[in-house]
Design a protein around this ligand. Structure first.
Ligand SMILES: Cc1cc2nc3c(=O)[nH]c(=O)nc-3n(C[C@H](O)[C@H](O)[C@H](O)COP(=O)(O)OP(=O)(O)OC[C@H]3O[C@@H](n4cnc5c(N)ncnc54)[C@H](O)[C@@H]3O)c2cc1C
Length: 573
């Protein structure tokens, strides 16, 4: 930490409303920097143990890797030979995550086709044996044991597979919406006393000369929307900024070498519908494993893993990366070439640093750096890890902080207490009938909100116009849009989309962004033109990220639709 004298603590300038949480205090036990799955996971864990926690997220919750992952709570079968510990941990934590958020997980059986020929015949024996070892871990996450199938079973299960096969292997994984996982952790933290500030970037962490009064550290930053300064005292500071961690460490004057990550960019291509009900593995041109997965109501091709040196706040897929994935998957499942691409997204893995190894061979372990040895006691960095093991990682950090810094021995309860809405999964069809909405809208609502769907539907019952569908592709009811603005910290159309998937369907926001912008403006008391600005900002980003995955015909159609969107909002350019 820098030893520059910090100005004395005064009530912070923090003015942004924190959904349902109490008014922010000026001094916290723990300040968490970063609102990804690890930051929100730690905030929840420590808040449940009775500590006063504040979270600062510079963009939106899940803006980083957590909202741009492949969306799998997988058991890490790939790591079994080199790091069985990672596989065991991922499977065990996956079981806990299913238990605390049953509405948010969906089963994803995978098929691994194996080409015929001598190599294929040998490969299927070896892969079969490998998956027998993986089966030992499957019960931890309620996964079915693998099956070995012959070529005719494979094509009966998935007629879209091509090529001469010796057979294949099945294995069982789970999908999840990573952005909602972060939101639910943040909401639960707030409901247990934490304060969460999104769109608020931390710019410095300094030692407080008046400590212990006012906390050992002063965390300062800025609300990037209002440009207001933010300031808070904290006894403990957790750097949970993923791939940004070394940069964040430098704000506190910590040696960057102690917080080294090897940032690994991964991209995905989104196709407009479920092309199959199975995840399908394939090999890319360089022999890397890639996949097609049915994910919620779309199909996703993923993913790449390349060292990344670019801007972490603006990570985009390139057309080369898109071609690499499409070419690789099309070898076993050619219809991905004719399917309609509706978007791409990209994120950066905060992988533990190693020099000289290919990206794929890097460890997926996680690590806590205790900066006490850097003369910054009470400062910690969380690096590495997986969505699938975020809970255990958060628990490890929270166990350490609670005992070492606060002498609190309250045990962790994040594996037994349901996340908000996870207490019970309501019957979506019964809700649809009772509330007069379509079964699809009801199922999607229950998927995202579990038992809390009832709150949204009760709201709509007293204001029937809120049963209108704002986003027809997903579909998202107006009541849900208003709910996430009022109770889930959504401040922009992008934020609403991350929480509801509004605009993530085939129309890319063309049919819903403008209306959503209006609703955001109404709910936040903004002038209507600001609502239009938010809508335009949302409409343009997906248009540019989609462009790299489009053929010329689709690109022309897109340009026309975008011009229409701009014209309808009175924007001349
Ligand atoms: C392409 C890809 C696919 C993946 N697939 C899977 C998968 O299927 N399953 C799985 O288990 N794992 C997967 N992972 C890994 C997993 O997503 C990450 O390990 C995990 O999400 C990391 O979470 P995090 O909270 O540490 O970081 P992040 O989610 O990146 O969060 C860090 C946050 O810190 C914020 N921040 C940065 N600087 C500041 C600052 N100064 N002030 C305030 N906030 C700041 C950022 O805005 C960001 O939101 C994947 C990762 C990628 C990139």
């Amino acid at each position: 930490m820098s030893d520059e004298p910090a100005p004395s603590l005064r009530p912070p300038d923090v003015t942004m409303a924190v959904s349902d949480g109490p008014a922010p205090a000026d001094v916290y036990d723990v300040a968490v920097i970063g609102g990804g799955v690890n930051g929100t996971g730690v905030a929840r864990d420590l808040a449940l143990r009775g500590l006063r926690v504040v979270v600062f997220e510079r963009n939106d919750l899940a803006f980083g890797a957590s909202g741009n992952s492949s969306g799998m709570i997988h058991g890490g079968v790939r790591y079994l030979s080199q790091s069985p510990h990672v596989t065991e941990q991922s499977c065990r934590d996956s079981g806990y995550i299913q238990h605390i958020a049953p509405h948010l997980l969906f089963r994803m059986p995978f098929l691994m086709p194996i080409k015929s020929g001598l190599t294929g015949r040998i490969a299927i024996e070896l892969i079969d044996a490998y998956f027998r070892a993986y089966d030992d871990y499957q019960p931890l996450k309620r996964g079915e044991p693998h099956c070995r199938l012959d070529a005719s079973d494979m094509s009966r299960l998935e007629p879209g597979l091509v090529g001469s096969l010796v057979g294949g292997i099945t294995f069982d994984e789970w999908g999840i919406d990573g952005a909602r996982l972060c939101t639910l952790n943040a909401i639960d933290a707030i409901e247990h006393g934490a304060s969460v500030f999104t769109h608020t970037t931390v710019e410095s962490v300094t030692k407080n000369p008046a400590a212990p009064e006012g906390g050992r550290y002063v965390v300062e930053g800025r609300d990037v929307v209002s440009q207001q300064r933010v300031r808070a005292g904290a006894h403990v500071v957790v750097n949970a900024t993923g791939a940004w961690s070394p940069v964040t460490a430098s704000f506190g004057g910590l040696p960057q070498a102690r917080v080294r990550v090897r940032p690994g960019k991964g991209i995905h291509v989104v196709l407009d519908r479920r092309l199959t009900n199975y995840g399908i593995l394939s090999e890319a041109i360089d022999g890397r494993q890639i996949f097609l997965e049915p994910w919620q109501n779309v199909s996703i091709l993923g993913t790449t893993d390349d060292d990344y040196y670019g801007d972490l706040d603006d990570v985009r897929a390139t057309s080369e990366e898109v071609r690499y994935l499409v070419q690789g998957v099309a070898r076993v499942f050619p219809s991905v070439r004719t399917a309609r691409a509706i978007g791409t997204y990209a994120g950066v893995r905060p992988t533990l640093y190693t020099y000289g190894k290919p990206e794929d061979a890097l460890s997926r372990e996680h690590e806590i750096v205790d900066h006490a040895s850097d003369a910054a006691p009470g400062v910690y960095s969380m690096i590495g890890g997986k969505l699938a093991s975020y809970r255990i990682f958060s628990q490890e950090l929270s166990d350490l902080v609670a005992l070492k810094d606060f002498d609190v021995s309250t045990p962790c309860s994040t594996h037994t207490r349901a996340l908000p809405g996870g207490e019970r999964v309501p019957d979506a069809l019964a809700l649809a009938e009772k509330h007069g909405i379509t079964p699809v809208a009801s199922r999607r609502l229950v998927y995202r909100h579990g038992a809390r769907s009832l709150r949204i539907l009760e709201r709509a019952a007293s204001r029937p116009s809120e049963k209108d569908v704002t986003c027809p592709c997903e579909p998202v009811l107006e009541a849900e849009v208003r709910h996430v603005i009022a109770h889930e910290m959504a401040r922009t159309v992008h934020d609403v989309a991350r929480r509801t998937r509004l605009g993530y369907g085939a129309c890319g926001g063309m049919r819903c962004a403008a209306r959503c912008g209006q609703i955001v403006a109404e709910e936040r008391g903004l002038p209507p033109h600001e609502g239009f600005e938010l809508a335009r900002d949302f409409g343009e980003r997906p248009a540019t990220t989609r462009l790299v995955a489009m053929g010329p015909e689709q690109a022309r159609q897109e340009a026309l639709t975008l011009a229409h969107l701009r014209a309808s909002m009175g924007v001349e350019r």
